[in-house]
Design a binder for this molecule. Structure first.
Ligand code: SF4
Length: 678
């Protein structure tokens, strides 16, 4: 919870490579060709290999596809491409038994592997439950035996949207159900002495996905013979920046927890695009191992002993297995309410210098009301850095020039005297406190509880322990609380954003402090993808755990992209839905229409339907289940054919692809959910 330590797992073979243990975190992808199409599949595998992809998965819907894996594998090996191949199995145990002969790893979905229809009723009696599990065992054991003989590893890959009736009847559609689904299969493997396993717990809901992996790590490590590696991924993450942000947030939150040995970023795009995003996500964690010493030279015993010598960690600052937002009191900044149940707000900093008043006011307006799409989410607070008396004078002039808009203006400084003056000018004044600085109590006692601005105290964390920032801010909060201050915010600027905020929230919880928290992340990344990834991991994972009342990013991105990034992070963490939520799968060999094109067309026409969830799925086999809680679904049902869903019900079957988007809009209208774009 409070510092990075990777969970040590059993090392599992993937042909020429391995994962888990001391191995680097691997980056995977999956083809979206038809596995029977040897030429296209080999070509896409080659492109993935050239992009650096370390493990390639192919879908195997039938025994014929399974048989064709041999040809694909042989062609790749002839060309010197030794990248491990994974067969992705849903439903067909026969396809699994063929595919296992030709691949390095086999992925099964416990939700649909060897599952039978319900015996009699909605609820399973204990006997019915046991009987079905016996059936599963009988059908699953031949695969386990063959995989063990061949030295092929297996991923037990649970998906939130495709749990079996058996599991749902007993555990609900929940992280508990996802974990139990995987454990049922893992127990069968271990009974047979087969330990080359890894797990995944995917969901399109990032919060559910994070909770399920954490729960699995806890339960599986307590019950099973080994700590098995984890394959991480957010399923149906979508495309573009949204897909990248969602994936980075879910995968990165778990990597910060020390969980995860291999990842897949799943995008509704060319799978080759997934690879650089994957490497951008794992880079920091793989570098960490190199920098902190190559522990691969140490015997396992040493690592176990050094783990035992660690002191027990303090209590977590939140429940890691279920979401609830941290409670905070509310603060009104003009017409904006912050804290408690209100959606997290967005604050952005202006890059222009205050002395350049024309440019500064232009940037303020851009951040508040984007020119391109006035109805899009905007930054609700805009902040300037004030370093001198000259800046203060320029700020006065700017506030006059901005007129009514100045009610959204915030400012920050490191100077105590300027801070006191700012508190009389802007809606929120922030004091940045450097580590080396001693904040004397005399200064705090001079602050006036009736000051017009809300005050924010931000600790600039650089080198001290991650707990120091929390202690300093708690000290300030307690002093000012005792003097009746109500309008206070607290924040920390740090490279270890996740950990310093966890410390802060724990200290606040223990001392009964409920001031709102501003999650600040200042990016030092140059690349666009790297910025997106790091901000999503560091800020996004906090919102997924219920921490944060304002999101404030400081990046080198252009104005509109920075505000979009904030909105995508809040949308991805489902703490603030500012646009339509698209749940779209990456497509695979089961897709028989142009999924990428359809996703683009649908997004273009439906992006303004704030709060609505639309599933765009490649096939009817898995799509309806996987799109989970979508309000409407657009699902491929055959060559150029689409089925439309309202919730879980299919309301139009096999309609031609070229009329399907119009019909989808018609359905949304009929259900009273349509609004015209502005
Ligand atoms: S839902 Fe999409 S990714 Fe999943 S099996 Fe169907 S087409 Fe493939």
């Amino acid at each position: 919870m409070y510092h990075y330590r990777r969970r040590f797992t059993r090392e599992v073979a993937f042909g020429p490579i391995a994962l888990g243990g001391y191995q680097p975190i691997r980056v995977e992808s999956m083809t979206n060709t038809h596995t029977m199409d040897t030429v296209a599949s080999v070509e896409q595998c080659r492109q993935l290999y050239e992009a650096g992809c370390e493990i390639i998965r192919l879908t195997v819907p039938t025994e014929r596809d399974a048989e064709n894996l041999r040809e694909i594998r042989d062609q790749l090996r002839r060309d010197g491409i030794r990248t491990p191949l994974v067969a992705d199995i849903h439903f067909s145990s026969r396809a699994a038994l063929r595919a296992v002969e030709y691949v390095e790893n086999i992925r099964i979905n416990p939700g649909n592997y060897a599952n039978r229809q319900k015996f009699s009723s909605e609820e399973y009696t204990d006997d019915e439950y046991r009987m079905e599990l016996d059936t599963v065992r009988n059908e699953f054991l031949p695969l386990v035996k063959r995989a063990k003989e061949l030295g092929v590893s297996m991923r037990i890959g649970t998906n939130h949207g495709s749990l079996s009736d058996r599991i749902v009847s007993r555990y609900g559609n929940s992280p508990e159900g996802m974990v139990e689904a995987a454990l049922e299969f893992a127990r069968i493997c271990e009974e047979y002495g087969y330990y080359d396993l890894l797990f995944s717990m995917k969901s399109s809901n990032v919060r559910v996905m994070i909770q399920a992996y954490r729960l699995l790590a806890e339960r599986a490590d307590a019950e099973l013979n080994h700590a098995y590696p984890l394959h991480l991924g957010v399923t149906e993450a979508g495309d573009g920046d949204e897909g990248r942000v969602k994936s980075a947030m879910g995968i990165g939150a778990l990597l910060e927890d020390g969980l995860g040995d291999t990842i897949r970023v799943s995008l509704t795009e060319d799978p080759v695009n997934e690879v650089p995003v994957g490497f951008a996500i794992v880079k920091k964690y793989n570098d960490y191992h190199l920098v902190k010493g190559d522990r691969a030279h140490l015997p396992v015993k040493h690592v176990v002993e050094s783990r035992q010598s660690l002191l027990p960690e303090p209590v977590p600052p939140f429940d890691p297995f279920s979401y609830s937002r941290r409670y905070s009191g509310t603060i009104a900044l003009g017409d904006i309410i912050i804290g408690n149940d209100d959606v997290p707000r967005i604050e952005t900093g202006v890059h222009a210098r205050l002395s350049d008043i024309g440019e500064a006011s232009r940037e303020v307006l851009q951040r508040l009301v984007p020119e391109k799409s006035p109805d899009a989410i905007r930054s609700e607070l805009v902040s300037f850095s004030v370093d001198s008396r000259d800046d203060l004078a320029h700020l006065d002039a700017l506030l006059v020039r901005l007129g009514d808009v100045s009610r959204y203006m915030a400012a920050s400084t490191e100077d105590h005297a300027l801070f006191t003056e700012l508190a009389g000018k802007v809606v929120k004044a922030r004091l940045d406190i450097r580590e080396a600085e001693m904040l004397d109590s005399g200064f705090l006692s001079k602050l006036d509880p009736a000051t017009p601005a809300a005050l924010e105290f931000c600790f600039i964390h650089e080198q001290t322990g991650e707990r120091v920032a929390a202690e300093v801010l708690c000290h300030i909060a307690e002093k000012l609380k005792a003097r009746g201050f109500e309008r206070l915010f607290f924040s920390i600027c740090s490279a270890s954003t996740v950990f310093v905020y966890r410390h802060l929230v724990r200290e606040f919880n223990e001392r009964g402090i409920d001031y709102p928290v501003v999650v600040r992340y200042s990016s030092c990344q140059d690349g666009r993808i790297e910025t997106l990834v790091e901000a999503s991991i560091q800020a996004g994972s906090l919102f997924c755990d219920g921490i944060g009342d304002i999101l404030a990013l400081e990046t080198a991105l252009p104005v509109d992209e920075e505000v979009d990034l904030c909105a995508n992070i809040l949308q991805g963490s489902r703490t603030r839905m500012s646009k339509t939520e698209f749940i779209s799968c990456p497509g695979c060999g089961r897709t028989y229409f142009d999924l990428e094109h359809a996703a683009t067309a649908i997004k273009k026409r439906l992006s303004h339907l704030k709060g609505l969830k639309i599933g765009i799925m490649g096939c009817v086999v898995n799509g309806p289940g996987e799109m989970a809680d979508a309000d409407f679904g657009y699902v491929g049902s055959g060559k150029g054919r689409i089925s439309l869903y309202v919730g879980k019900d299919c309301v139009e079957q096999n309609i031609p692809e070229d009329v399907a988007v119009d019909r989808l809009i018609g359905l949304i209208r009929e259900r009273g959910k349509w609004v015209d774009p502005e």
